[in-house]
Write a protein that binds this ligand. Sequence first.
Ligand SMILES: Cc1cc2nc3c(=O)[nH]c(=O)nc-3n(C[C@H](O)[C@H](O)[C@H](O)COP(=O)(O)OP(=O)(O)OC[C@H]3O[C@@H](n4cnc5c(N)ncnc54)[C@H](O)[C@@H]3O)c2cc1C
Length: 404
Amino acid sequence: MSEEYHYDLVVVGGGPAGSSAAYEAARNGIRVAMLEKENSIAETVRTSGVTWIQNIKEFGIPDDCYNPIKNFSFCSPNNEVTISDSVPRAAVLDVRKTYRWLAQEAKQSGADIFVKINVNNVIKDEMGDIIGVSGVGPNGKITFHSKAVIDASGFPSVVVKAMGFATQWKRFGAGAEYEVKVENIDSDTWWLMVGQQYSPAGYAWIFPLGNNIVRIGVGVGKPESNVDPTQKLKELMDSKLGPIKKLGKISPIEFHYGLIPNDGLSRKTVFNNLILVGDSAGQANPLVLEGIRYAIKFGRVAGKVASDAIKAGNTDENSLKAYEENWKKEIESKINSAGKVQDRWIGLSDEEWDKELDIIKELKPEEFIDFIKAEFGLSNMIKLATHHPKLAVRQLFNLVKGKK
Ligand SMILES: Cc1cc2nc3c(=O)[nH]c(=O)nc-3n(C[C@H](O)[C@H](O)[C@H](O)COP(=O)(O)OP(=O)(O)OC[C@H]3O[C@@H](n4cnc5c(N)ncnc54)[C@H](O)[C@@H]3O)c2cc1C
């Protein structure tokens, strides 16, 4: 027998985008169901969890959910640079704790959270518009009817695909990572490692979590490279390349693997009764493929816009447009500019990476942070593009500005 439920809004996916959408929509007084396919929220970790303290504070994420970072080290085959800040501005999240906190906030606001629900289909009205989803739950087939749906299912984008509005991402990043205990680590310094030996199209990383725990990982751009990141990571850890050597004895705790879209902002994100948010919408900063803060921020916007539309009795595409306008205004041009830098980085040879680090060396900590966050509009980027004494630095920032 099939189970049936009726809600105002159904949110598919219990990641940061889904929990944030459910939180804001439930706070706005509508009936919300959030559906997650795993046995519990954040059962599987698929992310490295780097984000920014300013955003953490803005979202109200508790202090015990992250390890602060204030030194940013890079290495290429023959170069090394560390940018040291006076205060920590970056952070490595305890991903499970943070995602569970976000879900708890949604629950406390009144959202019903259903786990072990694998959504695999949509319900449409006679016009072909979505009016619910169905899938497999612990007792077999399960159906959720709703006035609107938010697709926050991440990379698989299950709802929008079932509607026939999108196909699989063509360009994406694949990342493999071990969370490990190590002998030696400076807990407020992260490492990014670039060049062929670390990743043929991407980078490797060491992100500290405190208490001598770090995440060591490798990301590889697809289809640019067919290298398997898991294999590459094993090679790096076995050969103890570069800064990995300094960690001393490494004891693995947990393995993480994930995929992140890198197709730019190619998807339409509102349809009649449907919003896409987070990775499902392709909302990630392509420079380092970080999307958690956008998932939370625009998850909340999606929840608010959808719930306002539901309360007003009209959830057609036009009534949901405010959501797309909001996120586009905030990140579209930044993501497009960051995509240009990423294109440049993907093509660099080892020698060129050695030189690129010399450019990064020129940046003050706040310039570096704005750059890596793709906050190009806010900082001295224009000044750097026009007045920096080094031609190579001017060229990089002119690229950000859109000039060749
Ligand atoms: C290797 C790697 C490293 C990364 N590192 C960083 C980083 O350091 N910092 C950063 O900001 N970002 C990072 N990202 C990106 C970041 O993880 C994503 O941008 C972010 O998780 C997007 O959140 P989301 O809620 O949209 O999707 P997700 O976090 O993927 O959540 C989607 C949820 O939907 C559920 N789901 C999927 N299909 C179904 C279904 N059919 N039915 C029901 N539920 C379903 C999933 O189980 C999951 O819980 C990384 C990504 C990868 C792959």
